[in-house]
Ligand binder design. Structure first.
Ligand code: FMN
Length: 119
């Protein structure tokens, strides 16, 4: 199955509401300002809409361990605030094994969603 992917840097995507269950993939960007969080602005804007948040069923994060305590801070913060599971974490663009793992996790999730809908 080809999985639809939507880019939140696209304003039209940001202003839309997912039709069904969806998974967020976000990087973390520490700005240097201690009081500023690591959430990318497009992600923050998209999640402002309650209907969008309701349909989010999990989070994946891309990060860089060099950021120490802030590693995966955005993804983890969203997971905590939303009560949705942190499905997968990888560094930078991920390795080919990360890609395989992420794909397997999403396929498993597809099956669980289908089961929950009685399919
Ligand atoms: C300015 C900057 C700040 C970053 N801050 C964090 C951070 O706080 N935590 C983290 O885990 N990764 C951090 N990263 C790593 C990015 O999350 C990582 O590079 C990104 O997930 C990979 O995608 P990209 O190649 O499109 O940047 C930062 C990267 C940059 C360039």
């Amino acid at each position: 199955m080809k999985r639809p992917v939507f880019d939140l840097s696209d304003k039209d995507v940001r202003n839309s509401i997912p039709e069904g269950p969806w998974v967020l993939l976000t990087p973390s960007y520490k700005t240097g300002n201690e009081n500023n969080d690591t959430l990318p602005e497009p992600v923050k804007r998209f999640l402002r809409e309650p209907a969008v948040r309701r349909k989010m069923i999990g989070i994946m994060g891309s990060g860089n361990r060099n950021f120490g305590a802030h590693y995966q801070a955005a993804a983890r913060q969203i997971a905590k605030a939303s009560g949705r599971p942190m499905l997968f974490e990888f560094e930078l663009q991920g390795t080919q094994w990360d890609v395989e793992d992420a794909r397997a996790i999403l396929e498993q999730l597809d099956q669980e969603v289908a089961k929950a809908h009685g399919e």
